[in-house]
Design a protein around this ligand. Structure first.
Ligand SMILES: [Zn+2]
Ligand SMILES: [Zn+2]
Ligand SMILES: [Zn+2]
Length: 172
């Protein structure tokens, strides 16, 4: 039953009786589907349902597509050098390793969502602080700002404490 020909395909939801876009997995409209599946959320791009736990607005398919679109040039470059499509994608995710938000070092083996390295005490401290603040309900941005700021204050206080140690860390 296509109402206006060009718009989204609308059908009567068997649960609420409203004329809605019906989700193909549940057969119900999106709002009704979400009531039955509180663990899901709706993709901002395609309207698909995906686990609510993911801290993103789009389903994996859309995110994958967006990622591929974003890196299309690099994928082409690598494939022109003889890499397979999969190898090119792996190479690119290797290229875009995250950097520690506290000290700026590259995080080896980290995912793009990793915020801190675990090689320095002050970074581990910032990371713990960040997790605590997030649990207290702060946004990632706010938590990050506070965590890195506090770690910085702690470090400079240690430095002014008379207990000045020769540049430790050995990260040079
Ligand atoms: Zn409904
Ligand atoms: Zn999607
Ligand atoms: Zn660090």
């Amino acid at each position: 039953m296509d109402i206006n020909g060009t718009g989204p395909h609308l059908e009567v939801c068997p649960n609420c009786g409203g004329l809605e876009v019906i989700h193909e997995t549940t057969g119900w409209c999106i709002p009704c589907t979400l009531i039955v599946f509180p663990d899901l959320k709706v993709c901002a791009t395609c309207g698909d349902l995906f686990p609510r736990k993911a801290q993103v607005d789009n389903c994996w398919d859309c995110r994958k597509e967006a990622w591929l679109a974003k890196h299309a040039d690099n994928i082409e470059t690598y494939m022109a050098r003889g890499l397979s499509f999969t190898a090119a994608c792996e190479q690119i995710s290797d290229d875009i390793r995250p950097y520690c938000k506290n000290c700026g070092d590259e995080i080896r083996g980290g995912r793009s969502t990793t915020n801190f390295c675990n090689r320095k005490p002050e970074c581990r401290r910032a990371s713990r602080q960040f997790r605590t603040l997030r649990q207290q309900g702060l946004t990632p941005d706010d938590a990050l700002a506070i965590a890195t700021e506090r770690a910085f204050v702690l470090v400079s206080m240690e430095g002014n404490n008379g207990s000045i140690r020769p540049s430790q860390g050995g990260s040079i």
